[in-house]
Design a protein. Structure first.
Length: 209
């Protein structure tokens, strides 16, 4: 069964508190989203496999640890997921980046696909699917299914704020995918927005309404 890791690091909690404020402007919101993504990525990569490699220091030969395979991919769910990519690439600069475009039907709240572009060897990579908000879980469930349909086997999901409803839907649909969550909120309202949440992450990252 997949694990759900809710972050308890003081820096992550502090920064999430800052982006929840309705008077936090676009520039600061975007920058802080990136910083939070970097911190969550640090935790989400804790279980990556290592291998022993012999190297030579200025003093002598020694054995060091290196990431095994080194093949990783970051796949943001458009458009809000884009706000998390740069922070993650700071830690994993060699990762390739794919994109999955989904929008939520305003009537059914179900995801509709409009774009998908992935690295050619995505099925050989450790894939991190990212989206700031996990609300109903519809978009993330659909995005991960698209990756599985293309042969991806090692998939992780990262978000900044999640609702219990989204967590449960993800567990049911993809019990093999670990989830790394910045904060677990209370519930979804009648419009499928997370409460207390922070509003529409995409609008706040890109300054649109």
């Amino acid at each position: 069964m997949a694990k759900v890791v809710v972050m308890d690091h003081p820096l992550i909690q502090h920064k999430i508190g800052y982006i929840r404020r309705k008077d936090t402007g676009t520039k600061d919101f975007r920058q802080t989203i990136s910083e939070i993504a970097q911190l969550i990525c640090y935790e989400a990569t804790r279980d990556l496999e290592l291998s022993d490699v012999e190297i030579e220091t200025p003093i002598c030969k020694t054995t060091v640890k290196e990431l095994k395979g080194k093949k990783m991919a970051i796949v943001p769910i458009l458009r809000a997921g884009l706000g998390m990519v740069d922070g993650m690439l700071t830690l994993i600069p060699t990762a390739k980046v794919g994109h999955i475009g989904l929008y939520r039907d305003p009537e059914t709240h179900e995801p509709v696909e409009y774009y998908c572009k992935l690295p050619a060897d995505c099925n050989e990579r450790e894939v991190f699917v990212v989206d700031p908000m996990l609300a109903t879980g519809g978009s993330s469930v659909a995005a991960i299914q698209m990756l599985k349909d293309k042969g991806c086997k090692k998939i992780h999901f990262m978000c900044i704020i999640a609702a219990p409803e989204g967590i449960e839907r993800m567990k049911e649909a993809h019990p093999d995918v670990d989830m790394y969550v910045g904060a677990l909120d209370d519930h979804l309202n009648d419009h499928a927005y997370i409460v207390p949440g922070l509003g529409d992450a995409g609008d706040r990252i890109f300054g649109t309404k």
